[in-house]
Design a protein around this ligand. Structure first.
Ligand code: PEP
Ligand code: MG
Length: 865
């Protein structure tokens, strides 16, 4: 059985056999990139060791011995050489990265004699002694289980004795003394002296690395990230190289492109005559990588050649660690470099333009969640903040402003140009005027699909809901955030992307769809099959949606048009009317305003489909709280309209069927608006009239009849009549419903609520939080579509609906329509479009393209390191 592979050899089995580090070093060797000599003890060896009851498998020690001999030959140094010893590091390296979980031993090969040789050849006795004392410490801890604090307190005692505070204040003689102390500790604990034979050191070291696979912390980590226990780790034995051997040596780190901006220039720093720790410790100021051209010219040429080779091979920006030992360059590590969202876009675009990757790959590797930051103002990431309380991240973006506790003040102060944050227990539709003028919304109650969240997302405003640490005393005009008490007018900052609430202002940075973002989006559209529409209720939203590339409106919620301060009194009059004649009179006054709203939207969306949803919420939402009723009649009406479960009550088409005059008015306004826009602009949108909350064929059949009857009385315009699918029954009976529908749009907010029996208004502040914290559910189903449950209902609806009407237009307009995983699901389901808040349109376009690219076999590269 073969257990050991030199980096210079071809090994079968790739990453699984050699681990991430091993495969990286082997690949670099194969590319001709200079790396230190070394070899990998495979995961096979670890598995054999574990399954054999922690016995070294037969032949392993011999194979390691042979590899060491080969290593000595290539390095031109010998293990234990008293003049210039070969030293190695011994590190774990599993196929899956487990940062910090496993053990490492450096400087292996030093002993009492070799350390003196090391001191002489480096001309740096302090460094040599420090290396040796580190070896004794790491080896003692890892191999023999000596408690780390024994070594640490010896260092502390020595510093006290010398009257110094930092490790760096200890000189060469101090460290030599420390070696003696460490060896005494080792002997006391282990019962024998520190091993002087490098081969013995090595044998015991790799055994210890195998053992560390089974250490409690490694087991816990694997449990947490679902990494199987039986894959085992490989062990890498690598020649140590030193950058502190004089002016011809050095060490550094470099990105092959600028990780902040993406610019195609090398970005990094180095230090002459130094080792890695000096760079990290910050005791000396490194020089920019470009200066290496002068200081270490030959190594610089080798280094840049390596950059080119590695980028060409991995086809992505690399983050590289290197050391120059006496003029000779060694790359110690290469991995895919982390980068900002802006840099990621620029790098992807430029690499595609350079021909290094395809356009499809450029789109596929775009990290959608990272891009979200670019679409909203965000907290300056360089500023450290103190979080006073946390809630749900209900609508991304960040805002600072003065606390106001009611919508009227928010509207008034906002209009006057003040930055205010509206802080409420929860919002209701009649807070809309305050929401419009506030910079952001913070509520103590409500979830991700609560009114505040939906409205804020639609407006692209930051919103934090279900903020547990928030208490409001309206009468006193105070707010408690965690343990801070604030007054109305005090400034707070909310970060709707993370749910953080901070006392005081924080510097924000502005959002941007820059040129590279635009390029990636336009490439994305070349690949996607799903169309992306926006949920938009106003001409401004519609314009924003167009700007972000929406190809239509998938949901225009007309109730928001009823809330504006100039309309609410008419709406209330309509609700209060005791006869149909009175009700129609009020509706006649609403008709022209409603028509003008639609005209604005239709103008912005000419040529594209626009879905208008007829009135959905229960009527009581348009009336004040009982205590604020302005008359006995109103109080009486509020009482009549009261329902224990309004979400399951008289709303949607149930309302439309009982009060047909409301829907008649809306249909009339829609048709008139479309005709007017067509006459004016020469083109109207494709109007889609959508009936909410349909569960029975008969409901839609009657409403279709109403729609057609009213439309026939008006100027002729093309329109479609369809329904939302937002009840489980509608999914199951989609075949029948399709008979009377031109299109269906999944309302997954209500579908989630009704399929799961989770109240969308309450669940998130209550048991759902517990479910998520305790792992009963992995995701909030109001945010990430429950594909197994709700998704399966959708699948049934698609099959049955299209079974009856093969070309039935189907889409989604619940909040999930802008969530990347849910968008991918909708793609697989074969929907025609997704619809989401304008600000999420760019992300949905990318998600739609990525889903199509998966079908075409183009996925993001996953490169380890
Ligand atoms: C839905 O239920 O998913 C939907 C889009 O409608 P609303 O959120 O207005 O109930
Ligand atoms: Mg709904």
């Amino acid at each position: 059985m073969r257990y050991v592979y030199d980096y210079a050899e071809d090994a079968p089995g790739g990453r699984e056999l050699l681990g991430g580090k091993g495969i990286g070093l082997a690949e670099m060797t194969a590319l001709g990139v200079p790396v230190p000599a070394g070899f990998t003890i495979t995961t096979d060896a670890c598995r054999a060791y574990m399954s054999g009851g922690k016995v070294v498998p037969e032949g392993l020690d011999e194979q390691v011995g042979e590899s060491i001999a080969g290593l000595e030959q290539r390095a031109g140094k010998k293990f234990g050489d008293p003049a210039d010893p070969l030293l190695v590091s011994v590190r774990s390296g599993a196929a899956v990265s487990m940062p910090g979980m496993m053990d490492t031993i450096l400087n292996l090969g030093l002993n009492d004699i070799a350390v003196e040789g090391q001191a002489r050849t480096t001309g740096n006795p302090r460094f040599a002694y420090d290396s040796y004392r580190r070896l004794i410490q790491m080896y003692g801890e890892v191999v023999d289980g000596v408690a780390g604090h024994r070594f640490e307190s010896a260092i502390a005692d020595l510093k006290t004795a010398r009257g110094v505070t930092g490790d760096l204040d200890l000189g060469a003689d101090d460290l030599r003394e420390l070696i003696g102390t460490f060896q005494r500790i080792y002997e006391e604990e282990v019962g024998e002296g520190f091993p002087q034979d490098p081969r013995e050191q090595l044998r015991r070291a790799y055994r210890a690395v195998f053992d560390s696979w089974d250490a409690p912390r490694a087991n816990v980590y694997r449990g947490l990230y679902g990494i199987p226990d039986d894959i085992g780790t490989a062990v890498n034995v690598v020649q140590m190289v030193f950058g502190n051997k004089g002016e011809g040596s050095g060490t550094g780190v470099c990105f092959t492109r600028n990780p902040a901006t993406g610019e195609a220039t090398y970005y990094g720093e180095f230090l002459v005559n130094a080792q890695g720790e000096d760079v990290v410790a910050g005791t000396r100021t490194p020089e920019p990588i470009s200066a290496m051209h002068e200081r270490l010219p030959e190594a610089y040429v080798q280094l840049t050649a390596a950059f080119e080779l590695l980028e060409a091979h991995y086809r992505d920006m690399q983050d590289i660690e290197f050391t120059v030992e006496e003029g000779k360059l060694y790359l110690l590590q290469t991995r895919t470099g982390k980068r900002t969202a802006t840099a990621a876009l620029r790098i992807a675009v430029e690499m595609a333009e350079e021909g290094l990757i395809s356009r499809g790959e450029a789109v596929a590797r775009t990290d959608i969640s990272q891009l979200e930051q670019l679409l909203h103002p965000m907290l300056d990431p360089t500023v450290e903040v103190e979080v006073a309380a946390k809630g749900l991240n209900a609508s991304p973006g960040a805002a600072s402003g003065q606390i106001v506790l009611d919508a009227d003040s928010a509207a008034e102060r906002g209009k006057a140009g003040d930055d205010v944050i509206l802080v409420l227990w929860e919002t209701s539709p009649d807070d809309i005027h305050g929401l419009i003028e506030a910079r952001g919304v913070l509520t103590a109650h409500g979830g991700l699909t609560s009114h505040a969240a939906v409205v804020a997302r639609g407006m692209g405003k930051p919103c934090v809901t279900a903020c547990e640490g928030l208490a409001i005393d309206e009468r006193a005009g105070t707010v408690t955030l965690g343990d801070r008490t604030l007054n109305v007018g005090d400034v707070i900052t909310i970060d709707g992307g993370t749910g953080r609430v901070i006392v005081g202002p924080v510097r924000l940075v502005a959002p941007a769809i820059d040129e590279n973002f635009g390029t990636i989006l336009s490439w994305a559209d070349e690949f996607s099959r799903l169309r992306v529409r926006a949920n938009a209720d106003t001409p401004e939203d519609a314009a924003k949606a167009r700007e972000f590339g929406a190809t239509g409106i998938g949901l225009c919620r007309t109730e928001h048009m009823f809330m504006a301060p100039d309309r609410l009194p008419i709406v209330q009059e309509m609700i209060m009317a005791s006869t149909e004649v009175e009700r129609r009179a009020a509706l006649d006054r609403l008709l022209p305003v409603q028509q003008s709203d639609f005209e604005g939207i239709f103008e912005a969306m000419a040529g594209y489909p626009v879905t208008i949803r007829l009135l959905d919420p229960p009527l009581h939402e348009f009336l004040p709280a009982p205590g604020e009723a302005t008359s006995d009649a109103m109080r009486q009406r509020i009482f009549e309209l009261h329902e224990a479960n309004p979400m399951l009550g008289t709303r949607g088409c149930r309302l439309g069927l009982q009060f047909p005059e409301i829907y008649e008015m809306q249909v009339r306004a829609i048709v008139r608006a479309a005709a007017a826009v067509e006459a004016r602009a020469g083109e109207a949108p494709l109007v889609e009239i959508m009936h909410p909350l349909v569960g029975f064929r008969e409901e839609l059949a009657r409403l279709r009849e109403l729609t057609e009857r009213v439309a026939a009385e008006e100027p002729s315009v093309a329109y479609l009549c369809g329904t939302m699918i937002e009840l489980p029954r509608a999914c199951i009976r989609a075949g029948e419903i399709a008979e009377v529908a031109d299109f269906c749009s999944f309302g997954t907010n209500d579908l989630t609520q009704t399929a799961l029996g989770f109240s969308r208004d309450d669940a998130e502040g209550k048991f759902l939080t517990y479910y998520l914290e305790h792992g009963i559910l992995e995701h909030n189903p109001f945010e990430v579509l429950d594909q197994d449950g709700v998704g399966d209902l959708m699948r049934i609806a698609v099959e049955r609906g299209r079974g009856v009407k093969p070309d039935l237009k189907m889409g989604i307009c619940g909040e999930h329509g802008g969530e990347p995983r849910s968008v991918a699901f909708c793609h697989r389901l074969g929907l025609d479009y997704v619809s989401c808040s304008p600000y999420r349109v760019p992300l949905a376009r990318l998600a739609a393209a990525q889903a199509a690219l998966v079908d075409a076999g183009v996925t993001a590269l996953v490169i380890g390191g």
